[in-house]
Design a binder for this molecule. Structure first.
Ligand code: BG6
Length: 503
């Protein structure tokens, strides 16, 4: 692994774009403030917009002021940070661009008297990334495989075939260790904490299996529509946008076996084992195990909201799903026959990402029946965002002369323990630091990406060949289509929301 003191140049393709403005620059600046960037570093935005170094610096500063978790701290350090930010106006298809980059790498190397590590961040439309990668390879910018890395944003491929092709194409030019496929959920503090919760405590692991757990739920809900991303979303839909990556990764964190070490490949192998064990539905089983939805028009928090089909760059007859719920099984010894219900959607009632571990009922119920009117089985709820906490529900005796039971929550809150979330690094900070350090643990390996596509491929195909007849089928501000309730109600379950829900 490289050290923090390795001089580094970060080239950002799509330097003038939205991701750079809202996420990458604020993350890099926070890393700088926290002293996590190498002593010698350079950030070069590359794009077609007409920026000079000076105007790009101002533009980046605005992005940081608007989107950093520590807006008020921008001013003091910016003066020293700004000279390390440059801009290169360039045509990405032109070989001259890559020659200029090479020249800049040499110049910096001479100035620093050390060969810099180079990072190439593809913050561009996915169809451009392979061309850029090819040009980088041709210009020998990535020839030193220990000191050059490429970061790919999702979507990585559009389906199983395209992802496999892309992996083969990249594999012909680069070593797998140079390729960092980002899934920003893996950088979230609360997601990384799942490993700590499970494997740094002796308490949970003995009951973390089908003997004690009844079922598991993962909800990743958003209370906004597709906003200005209609063009992208029309090609994606909820299954590709959230389930293939973020949600399956969360499922892996919950279901994986204990790693032997924290070695990047050890953790990724354990996660891959989970994906390989996920039952892949036959096409004629898809309708029994997956539900899709699309929001119509309606009201959300007192504001009128457009239907998905009325959004910008969306076809008025679009059949793209903005909601997906799927029932998965992980066919291995630990999880045999335990359902994993996952759901995600836009324009739902609230923004919340939640993992629920629902335990089985106590085996013997000795209390008088009256005592147990409010009795509930144990449940562990891991709130990923925006609320960041872990709750363990158990039974307590209600104070009073009689024996009456009541579910209560024991809560670990991040904010109470560590201060508010402005003090905690954002996902992109963690992930960028890992790229700089050369630590791929939290990034997707080629085989993980392909296996995840394999899991959702039959659902994609069935949904594509059988257009929905009921779209739009849910109103904004709800929890999605009724069929999603039915999907899990037929097994006697219901979706959990927090915090009021105590069923
Ligand atoms: C992105 C999806 O990967 O994740 C978006 O493309 C989605 O559609 C976003 O809104 C959600 O991320 P977060 O961190 O806000 O839950």
């Amino acid at each position: 692994m490289a050290t923090k003191n390795q001089p580094t140049i970060i080239f950002i393709f799509g330097g003038s774009g939205d991701l750079t403005y809202r996420k990458l620059m604020p993350a890099l600046y926070n890393l700088y403030l926290d002293n996590y960037l190498p002593e010698k570093f350079l950030i070069v935005g590359i794009g077609r917009t007409d920026f000079t170094n000076a105007t790009f610096r101002n533009h980046s500063k605005k992005g940081v002021e608007e989107h950093s978790r520590r807006k008020e701290e921008v001013k003091p350090g910016w003066k020293e940070f700004a000279p390390c930010v440059e801009y290169m106006k360039a045509d990405l298809s032109n070989d001259a661009t890559y020659k200029n980059m090479l020249k800049r790498v040499h110049e910096a190397g001479e100035e620093w008297r050390a060969k810099p590590t180079t990072i190439y961040y593809m913050s561009v439309a996915p169809q451009l990334a392979p061309t850029i990668a090819e040009k980088l390879h041709k210009a020998k910018l990535t020839a030193d495989c220990k000191r050059s890395r490429m970061v790919f944003e999702k979507p990585f491929g559009h389906d199983l075939n395209s992802a496999t092709e892309l992996n083969i194409q990249l594999g012909e030019m680069f070593k797998e260790e140079q390729i960092y496929r980002i899934d920003h959920y893996l950088g979230k503090e609360t997601v990384q904490n799942i490993l700590a919760l499970r494997f740094a405590n002796a308490l949970f692991e003995p009951i973390w299996n089908s003997h004690y757990i009844d079922h598991i739920q993962i909800t990743a809900a958003e209370n906004i529509g597709v906003e200005d991303r209609g063009g992208y979303y029309e090609q994606a839909g909820a299954l590709r946008d959230m389930v293939q990556n973020h949600i399956l990764q969360l499922l892996c964190m919950v279901a994986m076996e204990a790693p032997v070490s924290f070695d990047a490949d050890e953790i990724r192998n354990k996660k891959l084992d989970v994906l390989r064990a996920v039952r892949v539905w036959e096409k004629d089983e898809v309708h029994l195990n997956a539900v899709r939805g699309q929001y119509g028009k309606g009201w959300m928090e007192g504001k009128q909201m457009k239907a998905y089909r009325e959004e910008k760059n969306v076809s008025p007859t679009s059949n793209v799903e903005t909601f997906a719920a799927v029932k998965f099984f992980v066919d291995n010894w630990r999880w045999k026959d335990i359902p994993f219900y996952v759901r995600t959607g836009k324009a739902l009632q609230s923004k919340t990402t939640l993992i629920t571990i629902q335990f089985k009922a106590a085996p013997q119920y000795a209390f008088p029946s009256k005592a147990g009117e409010t009795w509930r089985a144990n449940r562990l709820t891991i709130s990923i965002q925006p609320q960041m906490d872990i709750r363990l529900r158990f039974q307590a005796k209600q104070p009073g002369p009689h024996m009456a039971l009541q579910p209560v929550d024991m809560i670990f809150s991040y904010n109470d323990a560590y201060g508010d979330d402005h003090q905690q690094p954002e996902a992109y900070e963690t992930l960028l630091e890992d790229v700089i350090e050369g630590n791929p643990t939290l990034f997707m390996r080629a085989d993980q990406v392909e296996t995840a596509w394999k899991i959702i491929q039959p659902i994609l195909e069935v949904w594509q060949t059988r257009p929905p007849v009921d779209f739009p089928n849910y109103s904004p501000g709800t929890w999605g289509p009724e069929d999603a309730e039915a999907l899990i109600a037929k097994n006697g379950h219901h979706w959990v929301t927090l915090p009021e829900d105590n069923q």
